[in-house]
Design a protein around this ligand. Structure first.
Ligand SMILES: Nc1ncnc2c1ncn2[C@@H]1O[C@H](COP(=O)(O)OP(=O)(O)OP(=O)(O)O)[C@@H](O)[C@H]1O
Length: 305
C-alpha cells in the first residue's frame, strides 16, 4: 500500500557563496505524520525547511507540498514557526495570536476566541490579556507557536521549536504537537534534541553537511546499533573481566557491554559457575541519541558542543 504524502522533495540543493549547504536532499512526509528533521548545528536544516516552504528557491531539485509545486501559493494552509522568534511586545497574547491568524486570512473575532481556547489548552489560560513584553522567553515562544497554528493549517513546520524552553514548556509543546496531529495536521519539525524526536516522531531523517544520512522510524534508527547489556554481579572481584566480553566496561551501576552475537545464556552460566552471581541484568537498545552520534559521526557531534 502506498501512503499518501503531504510533502515530497527530490534532490534539493542550495548554494551560498559557492558552497552547497544543502546537497541533494530527498524527503517524503506521509500525511498525518509527525516528522523530524534532525541534524547538528549548521547541517542545513533551516535552509531545507525554507526551501520546502518556498521562502527561498532551491538551486536544483523540486518539492511538492500538499499537492502544490508552488508552496507559497498554499501558505494559508501552512503554519510556520521560524527559527527567529518575534512578536510585538506591546500586544496582548490573545491579540498577537489573532493577528497572526488574520495574516493567514481568518477574521479577527473568530481568531480571538480561538486564541483564548488555544491558550487554555496549552496551559496558558491565565495569560490571554498579558502583554507580550511581560512574558518569559519560553512563554513568548509558545504564544508564537499558537499564532502559527491558530488558522488550523494542514501542514505545520516548526524550526527548532524546543530550543530555549524549560522542561514544563517543552512538555506543553509536545502536547500541542500531538494535539495538532490528532486534529489531522501533518507536522515537520527540526531539532537537535533527540529526546523530543524519540517521543514524537513517526518518521525522521538525519542530515549532516547538507546531505541526508538516514531516513526511517525511530526504531529503525535505534536498530543501527547492537543491543547493550548491563550486568551487576553479586561478587565483583578477581577474574570477572576475563570472563566478560572484551568491550566490557565497569560503570557505576555495573558492567556494560555489547550483547554477544551468540546471546547471553552461555556467558551467564560461566559467570554463575565462577561464583559471581547475578544481582541485576538488563538488555537494551541504545537510544536515539547514541544512534544519532553513530550516524553523523562522533567528531561532528563534538564540534557542535
Ligand atoms: N543566507 C545565508 N547566506 C550564507 N550562508 C548561509 C545562509 N543561510 C545559511 N547559511 C549557512 O548554511 C549552513 C547551513 O545553515 P542552516 O541554518 O540551514 O543550518 P541548521 O542545520 O539549521 O543549523 P542550526 O541548527 O545551527 O540552526 C551554515 O553553514 C550557515 O552558515
Amino acid at each position: 500500500m502506498t501512503q499518501e504524502l503531504a510533502l515530497e522533495a527530490h534532490g534539493l540543493v542550495k548554494k551560498f557563496g559557492g558552497k552547497r549547504v544543502v546537497d541533494g536532499i530527498d524527503l517524503s512526509v506521509p500525511k498525518g505524520a509527525i516528522y523530524g528533521v534532525l541534524g547538528p548545528n549548521g547541517a542545513g536544516k533551516t535552509t531545507t525547511l525554507r526551501m520546502l516552504l518556498g521562502i527561498i528557491e532551491p538551486d536544483a531539485g523540486h518539492r511538492t507540498l500538499m499537492g502544490s509545486d508552488s508552496p507559497r501559493e498554499i501558505s494559508d494552509d501552512v503554519g510556520y514557526l521560524p527559527e527567529e522568534r518575534g512578536l510585538y511586545p506591546g500586544m496582548k497574547c490573545k491579540d498577537a495570536i489573532a493577528f497572526m491568524g488574520a495574516l493567514r486570512g481568518l477574521d479577527w473575532k473568530t481568531d480571538r476566541t480561538r486564541a483564548v481556547e488555544l491558550m487554555e489548552a496549552a496551559g496558558l489560560g491565565h495569560a490571554p490579556d498579558m502583554k507580550i513584553r511581560k512574558l518569559s522567553k519560553g512563554m513568548a515562544q509558545l504564544v508564537q507557536l499558537l499564532g502559527s497554528v491558530v488558522h488550523r493549517p494542514r501542514f505545520i513546520v516548526l524550526d527548532e521549536p524546543f530550543s530555549g524552553l524549560d522542561p514544563v514548556n517543552q512538555e506543553r509543546l509536545e502536547q500541542l504537537v500531538l494535539a495538532e496531529r490528532d486534529r489531522g495536521a501533518t507536522i515537520l519539525f527540526s531539532t537537535h534534541i533527540m529526546a523530543h524526536a524519540e517521543r514524537l516522531c513517526d518518521r525522521l531523517c538525519v542530515i549532516a553537511g547538507g546531505k541526508r544520512r538516514f531516513e526511517g522510524t525511530v526504531a529503525d534508527a535505534r536498530a543501527i546499533l547492537p543491543m547493550r547489556v548491563l550486568y551487576e554481579p553479586h561478587h565483583d572481584s578477581g577474574d570477572i573481566a576475563a570472563i566478560l566480553p572484551p568491550d566490557a566496561r565497569r560503570e557505576a551501576e555495573g558492567w556494560r557491554f555489547t550483547l554477544p552475537e551468540e546471546g547471553i545464556e552461555q556467558l551467564l552460566v560461566r559467570l554463575i559457575e565462577a561464583g559471581h552471581g547475578i544481582s541485576g541484568l538488563s538488555i537494551e537498545r541504545p537510544g536515539l541519541h547514541e544512534a544519532f552520534v553513530e550516524i553523523v559521526g562522533r567528531k561532528t557531534v563534538e564540534e557542535m558542543a
